[in-house]
Ligand binder design. Structure first.
Ligand SMILES: Cc1ncc(COP(=O)(O)O)c(C=O)c1O
Length: 316
């Protein structure tokens, strides 16, 4: 269950959690007309730090632009609003959910007369794919569902409607006992998980599908590419045939929710030695050092939130 906090940002104002409501006949409810973000805030020695807040805000504005949805806030305003939400709720590590949706007005499909409402909520959240997932790895399958195809639902937009496809992938995986499903694109190449980008390692080279393979332009994907190159690895955006998953040395998911999660089997075929591989581990360690502020923030990825009191030390 979601752990409620006190306030949610709504169109520039902080309102009580329980009052952040929409009408059942809002356009978004029938037609999936929302764009949203998932952002993490990490606890660091200098207080809470939102990871790549401005990049998430930018992607939300991009997502909206694709759907001709006008969000009347700038990247700077949305970034400041995220910081306000964390500050007012006094949470040090949390997940943020900014969302813009088409509200109550017309009931037709044409959305232009429906007001755009923007909300930003935050709440505590742990590991997405299970507590042990980041060290032990997860078992996944290739989904029988194809990822949304080019020129149908635009994959570069993080729109609510896209997640009907993700739900099919995720439910099928869960029913068959897998932690997650990997979707292939319309042409049969590896695309991504229902909520994560994917990296495949073979002979020391790190491969990831290009944006044209119907993937979401993940902020973590970009983070990983930069980190891996800094660590001296070759990273290539290239089409990946399904069977590459079966002969890979290492595979991992990336995403705000999944962070860096190793994959230890695909369709019950063991990946590498069936454990988190050494390159994955190296990248994962650097990732957590970056997000937790343990190394200098050279890319200026952290938005520090001042004024959040330290949590009481837990005593047994
Ligand atoms: C479909 C999909 N792909 C990839 C990602 C990873 O993106 P990010 O790293 O920006 O969280 C997400 C999560 O937002 C997602 O939902």
């Amino acid at each position: 269950m979601i752990q409620a906090t006190e306030k949610i940002w709504h169109n520039g104002k902080l309102i009580p959690w329980d009052e952040a409501k929409i009408h059942v006949l809002s356009h978004v409810v029938s037609y999936g007309s929302s764009v949203f973000e998932g952002v993490r805030c990490y606890e660091t020695e200098r207080g809470p730090a939102i990871f790549r807040a401005a990049d998430h805000a930018r992607r939300m504005l991009d997502s909206a632009k694709i759907y001709r949805m006008e969000i009347p806030y700038s990247i700077e305003q949305l970034t400041a609003a995220m910081a306000d939400v964390v500050r007012v709720n006094k949470v040090r590590a949390c997940y943020l959910r900014p969302i813009a949706l088409r509200g109550y007005g017309d009931m037709g499909v044409l959305p232009q007369n429906n007001p755009v409402e923007v909300f930003i909520a935050c709440y505590p959240w742990g590991k997405y794919l299970g507590q042990e997932s980041s060290s032990e790895g997860v078992d996944v399958c290739v989904s029988s569902w194809t990822r949304i195809a080019p020129n149908t639902l635009p994959a570069l937009s993080k729109a609510g409607a896209n997640y009907m496809n993700s739900q099919l992938i995720r439910m099928e995986a869960a029913i068959n006992g897998y932690a997650e499903g990997i979707a292939l694109d319309d042409a049969g190449f590896v695309s991504e998980g229902s909520g994560e980008n994917i990296f495949v390692i073979r002979d020391g080279r790190i491969l990831t599908p290009p944006l044209a393979a119907s993937v979401l332009p993940g902020i973590t994907r970009d983070t990983i590419m930069r980190i891996a190159r800094q660590l001296g690895f070759e990273v290539v955006e290239t089409l990946i045939p399904r069977e590459m998953l079966y002969i890979a040395d290492e595979i991992f998911f990336s995403g705000t929710a999944a962070e860096v999660t190793p994959i230890r089997s695909v369709d019950r075929i063991v990946v590498g030695n069936g454990r988190r591989g050494p390159i994955t581990e190296q990248i994962q360690k650097r990732f957590f050092d970056v997000v937790n502020g343990r190394i200098p923030d050279e890319f200026r990825w952290l938005t520090f939130v001042a004024g959040v009191p330290a949590t009481e030390p837990v005593t047994a």
